[in-house]
Design a protein around this ligand. Structure first.
Ligand code: DGL
Length: 263
């Protein structure tokens, strides 16, 4: 079981920011990644559709032999993780906007959250604020269109810059000194964001924490891969294979074979 792969999925390519962290922290693990590019973005879709997609993808990853699942998408976690956990008895790790670390890091007492509409409207996000953000002001900013920029490989285009500028400006004007990247696509926009915000504004995401949590869960279950395990990575998309294949050198660091997933 310990040599079995970890299954990871997202609405598209954003979850690769999490996969990068998993590869870095747990280099002995084999990985399976599904990008649901045929249905991206999830951010404006009804929760029931996201639950349905998440169930189908989880079933596919389990059929490929996954020993654990990482829902590398804040929006899918908010909509579907309870449902997945009630159906499957294996470690299932999800994402949530980094509200807790941000409230500890802020000096101005004002924190901004960049995320999808689905995440910001979810009951899970409301509960997160209720639990950790009682003593700070949290300003939320839905970012329609930003996920699509990353999907198109436009990490630094004038259109992406203009959109990001529009979303960040009100948060800075309100005195935010800490910005939460509450969607797994956004870490790929860090270099651009760093140009648009003052140097003392902190940008926080949870990819590293999620990779750490995955390692801890696997260890506790006696399922961590050992040095004897052969390491592999498989990639599937429900969208255009060529398009994902072209993005992989930038988002994953090397070309890979992407397979079609007709789900
Ligand atoms: N990467 C997803 C997330 O973390 C993007 C959601 C979308 O497709 O809108 O929320």
């Amino acid at each position: 079981m310990s040599c079995a792969p970890v299954g990871v999925f997202d609405s598209g390519l954003g979850g690769l920011s999490v996969l990068n962290e998993i590869r870095q922290q747990l280099p002995q693990e084999s990985l399976l990644y599904v990008a649901d590019c045929g249905y991206v973005p999830y951010g404006d879709k009804p929760p029931e559709l996201i639950r349905q997609r998440s169930r189908l993808i989880a079933d596919f990853l389990l059929a490929q032999g996954a020993k654990a699942l990482v829902v590398a998408c804040n929006t899918a976690t908010a909509a579907a993780i309870n449902d997945l956990r009630s159906c499957h008895d294996l470690p299932i790790i999800g994402m949530e906007p980094a509200v807790k670390p941000a409230t500890k890091a802020t000096r101005s007492g004002v924190v901004g959250v960049l995320a999808t509409t689905g995440t910001l409207q979810s009951a899970k996000f409301a509960a997160l604020l209720d639990r950790f953000a009682r003593d700070v002001e949290v300003i939320t900013q839905p970012c329609p269109g930003l996920v699509e920029c990353v999907e198109r490989g436009e990490l630094d285009s004038p259109a992406t810059r203009a959109l990001l500028q529009r979303y960040v400006a009100p948060l800075l004007a309100a005195g935010c000194d800490t910005l939460i990247l509450g969607c797994t696509h956004y870490p790929f926009l860090r270099p651009l964001l760093a140009e648009l915000v003052p140097a003392d504004v902190a940008l926080i995401d949870t990819a590293a924490a999620v990779a750490r949590q995955l390692g801890e869960r696997l260890q506790a279950a006696g399922m961590l891969a050992t040095a004897q395990c052969p390491v592999s990575a498989g990639f599937w998309t429900t969208g255009q294979v060529n398009s994902m294949q072209q993005s992989m050198p930038v988002l994953w660091g090397c070309p890979v074979r992407v397979q079609p997933l007709p789900l």
